[in-house]
Design a protein around this ligand. Structure first.
Ligand code: PLP
Length: 395
């Protein structure tokens, strides 16, 4: 799955370009940078790859979420519909915007169930933030038409699903804005990095300005630039962007390897009546970073997980008990413990996160195991895995 598995000569060459000029900043220094614009190049290539009109790089996926929320005008007291199964960064970004995360149930896509969103709407709901988990898509067309019907902003967290598509259209391009991460364990990595994409020029300009203290980036003299808005610093450095340029060039081959490896494992498991697979609204668009499957009952899932571990099948995740990805384990959220004091607007309107119940999501997550698909497996290693998995499932 992760880009770090194939870090090599191309990455070093791109970084070397930057080191030779010494220009580590993405803006200005036109004379000294010797024609190297790594952030700009990565943005252009990435936007094209995803199929978005505009793309802006930033320092992380978490930053991308904050930028998207700010650009879409989501702030104090606004409610944002989120799934309980995500990386906790999604929730942090909403709270740090001064907005209120409101949980809704997932379905067997492991993403937000479009049919459940209506139940959690209030007059304060401003946005829906689905997360395309584990490399594949939510029922994003239905979520989009729901948002359009209700006049809600759709922001996609596609941090785990770069290169994944639904009916040929890139994830991240269905909503007003899409967010990506290039941290060290994502499909491709910059070390640290992120991006927002959009087809809306105005949103793009806001994102560009917000990530750099409101600078309008008109002209090359920073001292003379205008500042239409207040912002923050979510800039990416040229060094990180340089790695991204090289990694993006490998994305097609990464996806090809993942899909091939995943197909072998999936076929090897499909004869077992106890196993059913995650629903994929468009299987061809799956980026295949994970193989996720369900057992009929929680106890069975826990037993299979343990047996896989004993058999030496590594990279298996039981998200239900994982303290980074499922709301049940988020102690800090339940206690609303934040380093900085949370604004009154949030505290006043937040549900009691310790008491919320999401029975359908629990039922799904209790039965779910995800297997990481690696790029570096040899044919022998895959065959060995197949045999071990089949032994466990027979037992
Ligand atoms: C990784 C991730 C993020 C955050 O990305 P960072 O680059 O680590 O800040 C946000 N959402 C999801 C779903 C993620 O997996």
């Amino acid at each position: 799955m992760p880009g770090f598995e194939i870090f090599g000569e191309d990455e070093r060459r791109e970084v070397q370009d930057v080191l030779e000029t010494g220009v580590l900043f993405r803006y200005g220094f036109e004379q000294a940078r010797n024609g190297h614009f790594k952030a700009l190049t990565f943005e252009k290539n990435l936007g094209k790859y995803i199929g978005a009109e505009y793309c802006h790089l930033c320092s992380s996926g978490t930053a991308a979420l904050s930028i998207a929320l700010a650009s879409c005008g989501i702030g104090a007291g606004d409610e944002v519909v989120v799934p309980p199964f995500t990386f906790v960064a999604t929730i942090e970004a909403v709270l740090n915007a001064g907005a209120v995360p409101v949980f809704t149930e997932i379905d067997e896509t492991l993403c937000i169930d479009p049919d459940g969103i209506e139940n959690v709407l209030s007059p304060r709901t401003k946005a829906v933030l689905p997360v395309h988990m584990c490399g594949a898509m939510a029922r994003i067309d239905e979520i989009k038409s729901f948002c359009d019907r209700k006049g809600l902003a759709l922001i996609e967290d596609a941090c785990q699903s770069l290169g994944s598509t639904f009916n040929g259209k890139g994830l991240g391009t269905f909503g007003r804005m899409g967010c990506f991460s290039f941290d060290y364990v994502k499909t491709i990595t910059c070390g640290e990095g992120g991006a927002v994409v959009t087809d809306d020029k105005e949103l793009y300009l806001l994102a560009d300005q917000y990530s750099d203290h409101g600078h309008d980036h008109i002209g090359s003299d920073r001292g003379l630039e205008g500042h239409p808005i207040l912002g923050a610093n979510y800039r990416i450095s040229e060094l990180n962007a340089a790695i991204g340029v090289a990694q993006l060039g490998k994305l097609d081959s990464i996806l090809g390897t993942q899909r091939r490896n995943k197909t072998i494992l999936k076929e090897a498991m499909s004869g077992f009546s106890d196993i059913s697979f995650r629903t994929l609204p468009d299987e061809a668009g799956d980026s295949a970073t994970f193989l996720s499957f369900f057992l009929p009952k929680e106890e069975k899932a826990r037993n299979v997980l343990e047996a896989l571990g004993r058999a030496g099948v590594d990279g298996c995740f039981y998200w239900y008990a994982n303290n980074w990805h499922y709301y049940r384990q988020w102690e800090h959220l339940k206690k609303m413990t934040a380093a900085a004091r949370l604004p009154a607007e949030i505290l006043e309107h937040c549900p009691d996160y310790d008491k919320i119940e999401l029975p359908r999501s629990d039922q799904i997550m209790k039965r779910t195991i995800s297997m990481l698909i690696k790029l570096s497996w040899s044919d022998e290693q895959i065959q060995e895995r197949v045999e071990k998995i089949q032994d466990v499932l027979k037992g």
